[in-house]
Design a protein around this ligand. Structure first.
Ligand SMILES: [Zn+2]
Length: 342
Protein backbone atom coordinates (compact mmCIF):
# COMPACT_ATOMS: atom_id res chain seq x y z
CA UNK A 1 0.00 0.00 0.00
CA UNK A 2 2.97 2.32 0.45
CA UNK A 3 4.50 2.07 -2.98
CA UNK A 4 1.95 4.05 -4.93
CA UNK A 5 4.33 6.51 -6.57
CA UNK A 6 7.47 6.03 -8.58
CA UNK A 7 10.59 7.74 -7.23
CA UNK A 8 11.55 10.31 -9.83
CA UNK A 9 14.69 12.45 -9.60
CA UNK A 10 12.52 15.36 -10.65
CA UNK A 11 10.50 15.06 -7.43
CA UNK A 12 12.06 16.79 -4.45
CA UNK A 13 11.08 18.27 -1.16
CA UNK A 14 11.99 20.71 1.55
CA UNK A 15 10.84 19.67 5.00
CA UNK A 16 11.25 22.28 7.75
CA UNK A 17 10.05 21.71 11.26
CA UNK A 18 8.06 24.59 12.70
CA UNK A 19 10.08 24.83 15.89
CA UNK A 20 11.41 28.32 15.33
CA UNK A 21 12.42 30.81 12.73
CA UNK A 22 13.75 30.14 9.26
CA UNK A 23 17.48 30.84 9.47
CA UNK A 24 20.08 31.21 6.74
CA UNK A 25 21.08 27.56 7.07
CA UNK A 26 17.48 26.50 6.38
CA UNK A 27 17.27 28.75 3.31
CA UNK A 28 20.55 27.29 2.03
CA UNK A 29 19.10 23.76 2.40
CA UNK A 30 15.77 24.79 0.87
CA UNK A 31 17.63 26.33 -2.06
CA UNK A 32 19.67 23.15 -2.64
CA UNK A 33 16.51 21.03 -2.55
CA UNK A 34 14.62 23.41 -4.80
CA UNK A 35 17.32 23.88 -7.43
CA UNK A 36 18.16 20.20 -7.70
CA UNK A 37 14.46 19.57 -8.43
CA UNK A 38 13.55 22.56 -10.58
CA UNK A 39 16.43 22.01 -13.01
CA UNK A 40 14.18 19.32 -14.51
CA UNK A 41 11.54 20.68 -16.90
CA UNK A 42 8.65 18.67 -15.44
CA UNK A 43 9.44 18.75 -11.78
CA UNK A 44 7.39 18.31 -8.64
CA UNK A 45 8.48 20.10 -5.49
CA UNK A 46 6.86 19.43 -2.15
CA UNK A 47 6.92 21.59 0.93
CA UNK A 48 6.46 19.30 3.90
CA UNK A 49 5.96 20.77 7.34
CA UNK A 50 7.37 18.40 9.94
CA UNK A 51 4.89 19.16 12.69
CA UNK A 52 4.85 15.72 14.29
CA UNK A 53 4.76 17.13 17.77
CA UNK A 54 1.02 17.60 18.09
CA UNK A 55 1.31 18.59 21.75
CA UNK A 56 2.23 22.10 20.59
CA UNK A 57 0.25 24.44 18.41
CA UNK A 58 2.74 25.36 15.69
CA UNK A 59 0.33 26.85 13.17
CA UNK A 60 1.73 30.38 13.55
CA UNK A 61 5.33 29.21 13.13
CA UNK A 62 4.35 27.15 10.08
CA UNK A 63 2.56 30.12 8.51
CA UNK A 64 5.57 32.35 9.08
CA UNK A 65 7.94 29.82 7.49
CA UNK A 66 5.63 29.44 4.49
CA UNK A 67 5.29 33.19 4.14
CA UNK A 68 9.05 33.73 4.30
CA UNK A 69 9.68 31.02 1.71
CA UNK A 70 7.16 32.63 -0.64
CA UNK A 71 8.76 36.02 -0.11
CA UNK A 72 12.14 34.53 -1.02
CA UNK A 73 10.68 33.32 -4.32
CA UNK A 74 10.17 29.62 -3.62
CA UNK A 75 7.12 27.86 -5.02
CA UNK A 76 5.84 24.33 -4.59
CA UNK A 77 3.33 21.97 -6.13
CA UNK A 78 2.12 20.47 -2.90
CA UNK A 79 2.04 21.50 0.75
CA UNK A 80 1.77 18.68 3.28
CA UNK A 81 1.66 18.54 7.05
CA UNK A 82 2.93 15.49 8.91
CA UNK A 83 0.33 16.08 11.61
CA UNK A 84 -2.31 15.08 9.05
CA UNK A 85 -0.65 11.78 8.30
CA UNK A 86 -0.72 10.05 11.67
CA UNK A 87 -2.97 7.27 10.33
CA UNK A 88 -0.44 6.49 7.63
CA UNK A 89 2.43 6.28 10.14
CA UNK A 90 0.29 4.03 12.34
CA UNK A 91 -0.36 1.77 9.35
CA UNK A 92 3.36 1.69 8.51
CA UNK A 93 4.23 0.68 12.04
CA UNK A 94 1.64 -2.10 11.88
CA UNK A 95 3.06 -3.30 8.58
CA UNK A 96 6.55 -3.54 10.12
CA UNK A 97 5.10 -5.30 13.16
CA UNK A 98 3.40 -7.87 10.92
CA UNK A 99 6.48 -8.74 8.87
CA UNK A 100 7.51 -11.63 11.09
CA UNK A 101 5.15 -12.57 13.96
CA UNK A 102 7.57 -15.35 15.06
CA UNK A 103 10.49 -12.99 15.46
CA UNK A 104 9.00 -9.49 15.72
CA UNK A 105 11.07 -6.61 14.44
CA UNK A 106 9.58 -4.25 17.03
CA UNK A 107 9.92 -4.40 20.78
CA UNK A 108 9.05 -2.17 23.74
CA UNK A 109 11.82 -0.20 25.42
CA UNK A 110 11.50 1.14 28.95
CA UNK A 111 14.87 2.91 29.08
CA UNK A 112 14.76 6.49 30.26
CA UNK A 113 16.59 9.23 28.45
CA UNK A 114 19.04 9.35 31.33
CA UNK A 115 19.84 5.64 30.99
CA UNK A 116 20.37 5.97 27.26
CA UNK A 117 22.63 8.99 27.72
CA UNK A 118 24.68 7.05 30.27
CA UNK A 119 25.07 4.12 27.84
CA UNK A 120 26.64 5.96 24.92
CA UNK A 121 27.91 9.43 24.05
CA UNK A 122 26.14 11.65 21.55
CA UNK A 123 27.69 11.86 18.09
CA UNK A 124 29.21 15.37 17.82
CA UNK A 125 27.79 15.91 14.34
CA UNK A 126 24.25 14.59 14.51
CA UNK A 127 23.65 14.14 18.23
CA UNK A 128 22.60 10.50 17.76
CA UNK A 129 23.30 7.96 20.47
CA UNK A 130 23.79 4.29 19.66
CA UNK A 131 21.26 2.21 21.59
CA UNK A 132 23.01 -0.81 23.07
CA UNK A 133 19.95 -3.02 22.97
CA UNK A 134 19.24 -3.46 26.67
CA UNK A 135 15.50 -4.07 26.22
CA UNK A 136 16.09 -6.24 23.17
CA UNK A 137 17.98 -8.65 25.42
CA UNK A 138 15.79 -8.19 28.50
CA UNK A 139 12.30 -7.14 27.43
CA UNK A 140 10.32 -5.10 29.98
CA UNK A 141 7.47 -7.05 31.64
CA UNK A 142 4.87 -4.65 30.30
CA UNK A 143 4.85 -2.43 27.22
CA UNK A 144 2.88 0.24 29.08
CA UNK A 145 4.62 3.61 28.93
CA UNK A 146 7.33 2.18 26.69
CA UNK A 147 8.68 3.46 23.43
CA UNK A 148 8.72 1.11 20.43
CA UNK A 149 12.06 0.21 18.93
CA UNK A 150 12.98 -1.34 15.63
CA UNK A 151 15.58 -4.11 15.60
CA UNK A 152 18.32 -3.30 13.15
CA UNK A 153 20.45 -6.06 11.58
CA UNK A 154 23.30 -7.33 13.72
CA UNK A 155 26.77 -5.97 13.00
CA UNK A 156 28.22 -7.41 9.83
CA UNK A 157 24.90 -9.03 8.89
CA UNK A 158 23.74 -6.31 6.59
CA UNK A 159 25.29 -2.99 5.74
CA UNK A 160 23.41 -0.15 4.20
CA UNK A 161 24.83 1.92 1.41
CA UNK A 162 23.80 5.55 1.12
CA UNK A 163 24.38 6.87 -2.38
CA UNK A 164 25.10 10.53 -2.04
CA UNK A 165 25.70 13.04 -4.84
CA UNK A 166 28.05 15.08 -2.66
CA UNK A 167 29.63 12.63 -0.23
CA UNK A 168 29.71 9.69 -2.62
CA UNK A 169 28.77 6.16 -1.55
CA UNK A 170 28.83 5.69 2.22
CA UNK A 171 28.44 2.35 3.95
CA UNK A 172 26.85 2.18 7.38
CA UNK A 173 26.65 -0.61 9.90
CA UNK A 174 23.30 -0.02 11.58
CA UNK A 175 24.01 -1.89 14.80
CA UNK A 176 27.37 -0.25 15.42
CA UNK A 177 26.56 3.22 14.20
CA UNK A 178 22.89 3.72 14.99
CA UNK A 179 21.48 0.89 17.08
CA UNK A 180 17.84 -0.15 17.38
CA UNK A 181 15.83 2.95 16.58
CA UNK A 182 12.75 4.35 18.28
CA UNK A 183 9.83 4.51 15.86
CA UNK A 184 7.22 5.59 18.39
CA UNK A 185 7.99 7.49 21.53
CA UNK A 186 6.61 6.69 24.95
CA UNK A 187 4.23 9.66 24.67
CA UNK A 188 2.73 8.10 21.53
CA UNK A 189 4.39 10.41 19.04
CA UNK A 190 5.78 8.82 15.89
CA UNK A 191 9.43 9.64 15.37
CA UNK A 192 11.08 11.68 12.70
CA UNK A 193 12.85 8.59 11.33
CA UNK A 194 9.66 6.66 10.69
CA UNK A 195 7.67 9.62 9.38
CA UNK A 196 10.36 10.78 6.96
CA UNK A 197 11.00 7.29 5.61
CA UNK A 198 7.27 6.88 4.94
CA UNK A 199 6.78 10.40 3.53
CA UNK A 200 9.68 10.23 1.10
CA UNK A 201 8.36 6.87 -0.07
CA UNK A 202 4.72 7.75 -0.58
CA UNK A 203 5.44 11.12 -2.14
CA UNK A 204 7.65 9.51 -4.78
CA UNK A 205 10.67 11.61 -3.81
CA UNK A 206 13.59 10.78 -6.08
CA UNK A 207 16.31 12.76 -4.36
CA UNK A 208 16.51 14.00 -0.83
CA UNK A 209 18.59 17.12 -0.33
CA UNK A 210 19.27 18.14 3.24
CA UNK A 211 22.00 18.93 5.76
CA UNK A 212 25.01 16.71 6.28
CA UNK A 213 23.97 16.07 9.88
CA UNK A 214 21.34 13.68 8.51
CA UNK A 215 23.70 11.52 6.46
CA UNK A 216 23.70 8.69 8.97
CA UNK A 217 19.94 8.90 9.42
CA UNK A 218 19.61 8.18 5.71
CA UNK A 219 20.97 4.66 6.27
CA UNK A 220 18.28 4.01 8.85
CA UNK A 221 15.58 5.52 6.65
CA UNK A 222 16.67 3.30 3.73
CA UNK A 223 16.34 0.29 6.02
CA UNK A 224 12.85 1.35 7.16
CA UNK A 225 11.74 2.03 3.61
CA UNK A 226 12.91 -1.40 2.46
CA UNK A 227 10.88 -3.03 5.23
CA UNK A 228 7.86 -1.20 3.83
CA UNK A 229 8.72 -2.22 0.24
CA UNK A 230 9.33 1.40 -0.68
CA UNK A 231 11.92 2.08 -3.35
CA UNK A 232 15.41 3.40 -2.69
CA UNK A 233 16.24 6.95 -3.64
CA UNK A 234 19.25 9.20 -4.02
CA UNK A 235 20.59 11.66 -1.50
CA UNK A 236 22.57 14.86 -1.46
CA UNK A 237 23.71 15.96 1.96
CA UNK A 238 24.88 19.54 1.91
CA UNK A 239 27.92 20.52 3.93
CA UNK A 240 26.70 22.41 6.97
CA UNK A 241 27.09 26.10 7.56
CA UNK A 242 28.62 26.79 10.91
CA UNK A 243 28.69 29.97 12.89
CA UNK A 244 30.80 31.45 15.65
CA UNK A 245 32.91 28.85 17.39
CA UNK A 246 32.08 26.22 14.79
CA UNK A 247 28.60 25.44 16.07
CA UNK A 248 25.76 24.41 13.84
CA UNK A 249 23.16 27.03 13.04
CA UNK A 250 19.91 26.44 14.81
CA UNK A 251 16.54 28.05 15.11
CA UNK A 252 16.53 27.70 18.84
CA UNK A 253 19.87 29.49 19.23
CA UNK A 254 18.63 32.50 17.34
CA UNK A 255 20.84 32.21 14.26
CA UNK A 256 20.42 34.87 11.53
CA UNK A 257 16.84 34.41 10.47
CA UNK A 258 14.90 35.61 7.46
CA UNK A 259 12.41 37.71 9.41
CA UNK A 260 15.21 39.66 11.06
CA UNK A 261 17.06 40.19 7.80
CA UNK A 262 13.80 41.39 6.24
CA UNK A 263 13.31 43.81 9.09
CA UNK A 264 16.75 45.17 8.38
CA UNK A 265 15.85 45.73 4.78
CA UNK A 266 17.49 42.76 3.09
CA UNK A 267 15.98 41.78 -0.25
CA UNK A 268 15.08 38.20 -1.27
CA UNK A 269 17.79 38.42 -3.92
CA UNK A 270 20.42 39.27 -1.32
CA UNK A 271 19.53 36.27 0.81
CA UNK A 272 19.22 33.87 -2.12
CA UNK A 273 22.42 35.14 -3.73
CA UNK A 274 24.19 34.70 -0.42
CA UNK A 275 23.01 31.10 -0.02
CA UNK A 276 23.93 30.28 -3.62
CA UNK A 277 27.38 31.70 -2.91
CA UNK A 278 27.71 29.55 0.20
CA UNK A 279 26.81 26.58 -1.97
CA UNK A 280 29.59 27.59 -4.36
CA UNK A 281 27.23 27.89 -7.32
CA UNK A 282 29.19 30.79 -8.80
CA UNK A 283 32.82 31.84 -8.31
CA UNK A 284 33.09 35.21 -6.60
CA UNK A 285 34.99 36.58 -3.61
CA UNK A 286 31.78 38.13 -2.30
CA UNK A 287 28.14 37.14 -2.75
CA UNK A 288 26.07 38.64 -5.54
CA UNK A 289 22.32 39.23 -5.13
CA UNK A 290 20.24 37.10 -7.50
CA UNK A 291 16.81 35.58 -7.89
CA UNK A 292 15.93 31.92 -7.64
CA UNK A 293 15.29 31.60 -11.39
CA UNK A 294 18.85 32.64 -12.10
CA UNK A 295 20.17 30.12 -9.56
CA UNK A 296 18.35 27.25 -11.29
CA UNK A 297 20.60 27.73 -14.32
CA UNK A 298 23.71 27.71 -12.14
CA UNK A 299 22.98 24.57 -10.16
CA UNK A 300 25.17 21.50 -10.35
CA UNK A 301 26.08 19.02 -7.62
CA UNK A 302 29.67 19.15 -8.85
CA UNK A 303 29.98 22.73 -7.67
CA UNK A 304 28.82 21.85 -4.18
CA UNK A 305 31.71 19.43 -3.74
CA UNK A 306 34.10 21.86 -2.14
CA UNK A 307 36.77 20.83 0.28
CA UNK A 308 36.42 21.21 4.01
CA UNK A 309 36.91 24.56 5.70
CA UNK A 310 36.97 26.52 2.52
CA UNK A 311 34.85 29.26 4.00
CA UNK A 312 36.19 29.03 7.50
CA UNK A 313 36.33 32.19 9.56
CA UNK A 314 34.73 34.30 6.95
CA UNK A 315 32.88 37.24 8.33
CA UNK A 316 29.25 37.73 7.49
CA UNK A 317 29.65 39.60 4.21
CA UNK A 318 29.41 43.34 4.07
CA UNK A 319 26.01 43.40 2.48
CA UNK A 320 24.46 41.80 5.51
CA UNK A 321 26.52 43.63 8.08
CA UNK A 322 25.86 47.10 6.73
CA UNK A 323 26.79 49.53 9.55
CA UNK A 324 23.28 50.96 9.40
CA UNK A 325 21.71 47.60 10.18
CA UNK A 326 24.31 46.96 12.77
CA UNK A 327 23.38 50.18 14.54
CA UNK A 328 19.67 49.49 14.32
CA UNK A 329 20.14 46.14 15.95
CA UNK A 330 21.86 47.90 18.84
CA UNK A 331 25.09 46.15 17.95
CA UNK A 332 23.75 43.02 19.54
CA UNK A 333 23.82 40.96 16.42
CA UNK A 334 26.91 38.85 16.72
CA UNK A 335 29.46 38.45 14.04
CA UNK A 336 28.95 35.23 12.20
CA UNK A 337 31.66 33.11 10.75
CA UNK A 338 31.11 30.31 8.34
CA UNK A 339 32.88 27.05 8.08
CA UNK A 340 32.23 23.95 6.12
CA UNK A 341 33.08 20.52 7.28
CA UNK A 342 32.77 17.24 5.50
ZN1 LIG B 1 15.36 0.01 26.56
Amino acid sequence: MFSALQNLPSTGRFAPSPTGKLHIGNVYTALGAYLSTRRFPHSRFILRIEDLDTSKDTRKESEKIIENLEWLGFDWDELVFQSQRLDIYREALKEIRDIDPEDPLLYPCSCSRKEICAQSPADPIDGMRVYKGKCRKNPPSSSQGCSIRLKVPRAGEKRIEVRDFIFGPRIFDLEKQIGDAVLKRRDGQFTYQLAVAVDDGIEGIGQVVRGRDLLKSSALQIYIRRLLSLKDLRFAHLPLILENGGVKMSKSRGSADVSLLREWGASPEQIIGFCAWLMNLYPAPEPVPMGIEECVKLFSYKKVKFGPNRLKDRELPAYFSDPHWWKRSGGSYRRIEYGIYG
